[in-house]
Design a protein around this ligand. Structure first.
Ligand SMILES: CC(C)(COP(=O)(O)OP(=O)(O)OC[C@H]1O[C@@H](n2cnc3c(N)ncnc32)[C@H](O)[C@@H]1OP(=O)(O)O)[C@@H](O)C(=O)NCCC(=O)NCCS
Length: 163
């Protein structure tokens, strides 16, 4: 059997057939605690965008995922990024970054955005995400405002995050 750690990961749009592999990956990456995250509350009402969601595959195995969702922030359309996860055996090799950038480029190509997320500023800063426009964003649960990041905002984002 091929060693997945020696196989170059290929990024392509997510398909329904990837669902089981993605669930396994997310279970390992986040554990059961992922269901209590505020991002999960957003994903309960947001509309999933399969055209802006990507998988990384090493052979037949899903080793990375990033998803985007349609939301509004107050009256304005936006996208919500997450979950982002890379298989523990494939980290620190740029794959997470390739996934974030692929999703961002796909949104840019459609003229969509800004992209909002809840995540670690030191990681996402390198991809152009920061908290500069997000002070007025109200998420459906408690969150450290320093972790509410966006990319591509034309001005301050303000109001509740909603469907
Ligand atoms: C976060 C995650 C997707 C990064 O994937 P990856 O493929 O290792 O990322 P990359 O190889 O593109 O980037 C690695 C770099 O990011 C840094 N990094 C990784 N996670 C970080 C974090 N939480 N905060 C700050 N820096 C981080 C690494 O130290 C490394 O830095 P370097 O380039 O200076 O060596 C992966 O660690 C993961 O799946 N974690 C568990 C799930 C998770 O936390 N997802 C993000 C939720 S917001």
């Amino acid at each position: 059997m091929a060693d997945i750690n020696a196989t170059e990961a290929v990024i392509r749009p997510e398909t329904p057939a990837d669902a089981a592999g993605i669930e396994t990956l997310l279970g390992h990456a986040f554990g059961p605690g992922r269901f209590v995250k505020v991002s999960e509350r957003v994903r309960e009402f947001a509309r999933y965008r399969p055209d802006l969601s990507f998988c990384a595959l090493a052979g037949a195995e899903v080793v990375g995922v990033v998803r985007l969702w349609d939301i509004h922030v107050g009256p304005d359309r936006a996208l919500f990024l997450g979950p982002l996860a890379v298989h523990s055996g494939r980290r620190l090799d740029g794959l997470g970054g390739r996934l974030v950038e692929r999703a961002g480029a796909a949104a840019d190509a459609l003229g969509e955005g800004p992209i909002l997320l809840v995540g670690d500023p030191p990681y996402f800063r390198r991809f152009g995400y920061d908290a500069g426009a997000t002070a007025g964003v109200r998420l459906p649960g408690p969150v450290d405002p320093r972790r509410v990041l966006a990319r591509g905002a034309a001005g301050p984002m303000a109001g509740p995050v909603r469907a």
